[in-house]
Design a protein around this ligand. Structure first.
Ligand SMILES: Cc1cc2nc3c(=O)[nH]c(=O)nc-3n(C[C@H](O)[C@H](O)[C@H](O)COP(=O)(O)OP(=O)(O)OC[C@H]3O[C@@H](n4cnc5c(N)ncnc54)[C@H](O)[C@@H]3O)c2cc1C
Length: 444
């Protein structure tokens, strides 16, 4: 990458009145909408086949228990219908050159083997496809076809062929009335000229199997919180039926283990992931809403309920929903081979008592980490990552969305863990900073 870090405001250069947003989660969508609303063209580059990010997979949101899809879906259509926004899915930024106000961006576009302008999203192709593979969007619990849309509200509403699993029977092509399927489609590269860039590449979950003592992957009834989000989601693989993966039975006694891969120097995640306490409490409340007779316990180190309405939500979980909060780190989980129940060994640090508690389902709440490929992407753009691997900001207090390059901004979880409201606020802030650069066009 060869980005000139001098600002266009102190040169004769005139900025280009379009922007690039990298990452189509809720933060990137907000940034794109706010830039577009001010009349600038926005290219929204997303590496998967749909925008929406993690919020699209979450069931309800804390602390209000609003349906996540009900809030996100109107935003997805607003982005897709906005005349100033061009969505480039299945795409990644491979390099940036130029200077503030005049960046040249190389975008690599993976072939989706379906023409976006012809596909109506009718689904005839998927109905005909004989290949079923686990769906990444459902955390590999549910299945999709080799030609797929990851979820019903996927945006753009266009199918994609996963060539790694496609057997090339071409039955999809035969039933497609719009002739949208193209097996000869090639990957391609486009070059964009933009004045400002917003990075909104989000996060990945900590891999909880890094704690073998907690039994994830060893025992079917130990799952992670994102898998749980899909299980309790009416649009998920079990249509919202909360079941144990070992036998399909409804659980009656659930345990949630907090801080798995957060605040642990030994695992390279010394920081707090900020959202796990609240999504853990939310998930416990959701279990009670599904069946008030379920016993629910949360094993936690501290409860960090710092946001608006969060403390009240925590108190409601204790009093109205009778969630049992146990302060203590879980030492070990073992399975009863007969029942497939889990026996949790834990020290209650409030009473000093060592306990063995039986649960029929155990959910591990993973911390958050920078997404795969974050440092390569940062290098391609010419910005820095910090010691935790997130995008470095110029000043945490006074320039929280600025990177070291004027004209390149960051928002959402790309610079550290955040909840949805904070990600959206950062998206708007980054958009504001970007439009300051764009608005200088013609005024120098
Ligand atoms: C289990 C769980 C439950 C949660 N529940 C809640 C809740 O109830 N309420 C709440 O407020 N918060 C909740 N959160 C947090 C919430 O998920 C985040 O606040 C939110 O998703 C952050 O949005 P984002 O846009 O920054 O990132 P993301 O949602 O991660 O979106 C980033 C997007 O960027 C794309 N991307 C990544 N790298 C690249 C690249 N190199 N090029 C192009 N695109 C790229 C990704 O594919 C993705 O689409 C929860 C988190 C978890 C783990």
């Amino acid at each position: 990458m060869t980005v000139d870090t001098s600002s266009s405001s102190d040169s004769k250069h005139k900025p280009t009145a379009s922007a690039l947003v990298i990452g189509g989660g809720v933060a990137g969508m907000q940034a794109a909408l706010d830039i577009a609303a001010q009349g600038y063209k926005v290219y929204l580059v997303e590496k998967t086949s749909s925008i929406g990010g993690r919020m699209a997979a979450i069931d309800k949101t804390f602390p209000t228990l609003d349906c996540s899809a009900c809030i996100l879906t109107p935003k997805l259509s607003e982005v897709s219908r906005h005349p100033n926004i061009e969505i480039l899915t299945y795409s990644e930024v491979k390099g940036v050159t130029g200077k503030t106000g005049d960046f040249k961006v190389k975008v690599y576009r993976k072939a989706r083997y379906v023409h976006e302008d012809r596909c109506s999203g009718c689904g005839d192709c998927a109905a005909e496809c004989p290949v079923e593979v686990p769906n990444y969007f459902d955390e590999y619990i549910g299945f999709r076809k080799a030609i797929y849309m990851p979820f019903p509200q996927a945006t753009p509403a266009v199918y994609t062929i996963d060539m790694e699993t496609c057997i090339e029977c071409k039955r999809c092509a035969k039933v497609c009335e719009r002739d949208a399927i193209d097996y000869e489609m090639q990957d391609s590269e486009v070059e964009l000229n933009v004045g400002a860039i917003v990075v909104a590449t989000g996060y990945k979950l900590f891999d909880v199997s890094e704690y073998p003592r907690l039994g994830y992957t060893k025992y079917d009834n130990v799952i992670n919180a994102m898998e749980y989000e899909r299980l309790i989601n009416a649009a998920g693989p079990t249509h919202g039926h909360l079941i144990r993966l070992s036998d399909g039975k409804m659980p009656k006694n659930i345990g949630f283990v907090q801080c798995v891969g957060a605040r642990d120097v030994n695992k390279g995640v010394p920081y707090c992931s900020r959202v796990c306490c609240m999504y853990g409490i939310k998930n416990a409340v959701m279990a009670k809403e599904h069946d008030p007779d379920i016993d629910v316990s949360i094993y936690y180190a501290d409860i960090r309920a710092f946001g608006k309405g969060f403390e009240e939500f925590y108190n409601m979980a204790k009093t109205r929903f009778e969630v049992n909060f146990v302060r203590g780190r879980v030492a070990e989980v073992v399975e009863d081979p007969k029942t497939r129940d889990l026996i949790v060994r834990v020290e209650d640090t409030e009473t000093g008592e060592f306990k063995e508690v039986r649960h029929d389902l155990l959910i591990l709440s993973p911390g958050i980490q920078p997404p795969e490929g974050m440092s390569e992407m940062a290098e391609n753009i010419g910005i820095d990552v910090n010691e935790d691997g997130y995008i470095s900001v110029e000043h945490a207090l006074t320039a929280p969305v600025d990177t070291k390059i004027p004209g390149i901004y960051v928002c959402g979880c790309a610079d550290g863990p955040k909840d949805i409201p904070d990600s959206v606020a950062a998206g708007s802030a980054a958009a504001m900073r970007a439009t300051i650069v764009l608005s200088k066009e013609g005024k120098e």
